[in-house]
Design a protein around this ligand. Structure first.
Ligand code: CA
Length: 243
């Protein structure tokens, strides 16, 4: 598999079960937030509410869909949405002011899946949420069990990698790096996305740690053309370059 996910976005964590849709609400207005939490909980959604844009970057992993207000205490919701899109494809519905067409367009260009006008009608909001979650679930594909490039063969289920027919022993973090890159074979993966998927937080100082593990991985694989460095962005697994 390569870039078959959504609109070329990174993959989101798949839902663990068929339970209620888990919503993350980012809204600083207590009155509106409380009303939404109450109304959506009554409709059997599981909803968590946060107040700052920064919360989106650390809390997105445990939800199926995000409702994002744009005027937030720590800045413009669209800025944080663009940051989110470098690491996650979780569906996002933005809350906009009435008739604000420019904001709607900017929101969708920044990676929003849909929008609702404030104050949102709960039935309409629920319908939007269901639609974007269903759309994303349809776009997701089961990950390939095996990934090959030249004489490099990865068994993602068994967590083995063979190079030239010889098993290579990797550390846990090295294998995780390899796995994330191989699951996006042929596509650029940002450093932030790697840090988010492997360390669980793209915005703390694990950048040096990433470099150390990447160096270890490359040395052990000994296939210099297999992983391309994209300067200022991240890395790409080359599907045809392992041999
Ligand atoms: Ca606000």
């Amino acid at each position: 598999m390569s870039s078959g996910l959504g609109a070329g976005r990174p993959a989101s964590t798949p839902r663990a079960d068929d339970g209620p849709i888990r919503i993350l609400l980012i809204e600083d207005d207590d009155g509106l937030a409380n009303a939404l939490v109450e109304a959506l909980t009554a409709r059997l959604y599981r909803i968590r509410r946060k107040t700052h844009g920064a919360d989106l970057l650390t809390s997105h992993r445990e939800c199926d869909v995000v409702i994002l207000d744009l005027g937030l205490p720590d800045g413009d919701g669209l800025d944080v949405l663009r940051q989110l899109r470098t690491i996650s494809s979780v569906p996002v519905v933005v809350l906009t002011a009435r008739g604000d067409e420019r904001t709607v367009v900017r929101g969708l260009r920044s990676g929003a899946d849909d929008y609702v006008v404030k104050p949102p009608r709960v039935a309409e909001l629920a319908a939007r949420l269901e639609t974007v979650v269903r759309r994303r679930a349809t776009a997701a594909q089961p990950p390939a069990a095996q990934v090959e490039s030249g004489d490099v063969r990865i068994d993602l289920a068994a967590r083995h990698v063979d190079v030239g027919g010889v098993r290579v022993a990797l550390t846990h973090k090295e294998f995780e790096l390899l796995r994330v890159l191989a699951e996006h074979a042929g596509s650029a993966v940002s450093r932030q996305q790697l840090m988010d998927e492997i360390w669980g937080n793209a915005f703390v100082a694990v950048s040096r740690s990433l470099d150390v593990h990447m160096t270890g991985l490359r040395t052990k694989l000994n296939r210099p053309k297999l992983i391309t460095t994209i300067r200022g962005y991240g890395y790409r697994w080359e599907p045809e370059a392992g041999g």
